[in-house]
Design a protein around this ligand. Structure first.
Ligand SMILES: NC(=O)N[C@H]1NC(=O)NC1=O
Length: 198
């Protein structure tokens, strides 16, 4: 989908399509909608980043809290968003041994107890060894350090912004962040085109 199409989307379609670019935080998409028209992909990406960066620390922590635990009850109970399920299963979170699952659960609880928000990692860029190692290491960070680390963590990846919106020919793929990193647009464009014009 190109930027002209994105810019022309009515509010409802804009939020229906891009509302989960930051996991379960459609308010971010609803807020940046008023920034249309976006000159290019980078401008849309920047608007999302700037909204998150402008949040008070409590707001940033709220965005972090909207993310499901890795290998948590949402995965076990089948209540993850489709995108989170793809990400977590892609990192092997559904294929842990019972010892690994117990360790992830314990470390997740310890992490949340210390920081007040869940451990966040870009599962798409990780495997279960990376998840276990980072969870074990990062739980010892200072709070402010870890909050910044979590916010900057390459996107906990639903439909990536780059997957929904085609960068211009000269544009670089978006930086990672809490929203989903670039994917190949072709892989979803036809279906999105169908969904928008169904
Ligand atoms: N806790 C956490 O990182 N969850 C997210 N990460 C990711 O890539 N998908 C998720 O569900």
């Amino acid at each position: 989908m190109d930027m002209a199409t994105v810019n022309a989307l009515p509010y409802e379609d804009f939020v229906n399509l891009l509302g989960n670019v930051v996991e379960k935080c459609p308010i971010i998409t609803a807020a940046v909608w008023s920034g249309r028209p976006f000159l290019n992909f980078a401008a849309l990406e920047a608007a999302i980043s700037e909204f998150i960066d402008a949040l008070p620390e409590s707001g940033k922590e709220g965005v972090l809290r909207c993310h499901p635990d890795l290998a948590g009850r949402d995965l076990r109970g089948g209540t993850l968003t489709r995108e989170s399920r793809e990400e977590q299963t892609g990192a092997g979170m559904d294929a842990l041994t019972s010892a690994e699952a117990s360790r992830v659960t314990r470390l997740n609880e310890e992490y949340k107890e210390r920081f007040g928000f869940p451990f966040i990692i870009c599962a798409r860029l990780s495997d279960k060894a990376t998840v276990l190692r980072q969870l074990s290491e990062r739980r010892r960070n200072e709070r402010a350090v870890e909050r910044a680390r979590a916010v900057e963590e390459p996107g906990a990846q639903n439909y990536s912004l780059g997957r929904l919106v085609r960068c211009g020919p000269q544009e670089r793929p978006p930086k990672c962040g809490l929203y989903r990193e670039r994917q190949s647009v072709k892989s979803v464009f036809p279906s999105l085109n169908r969904s928008l014009h169904s």
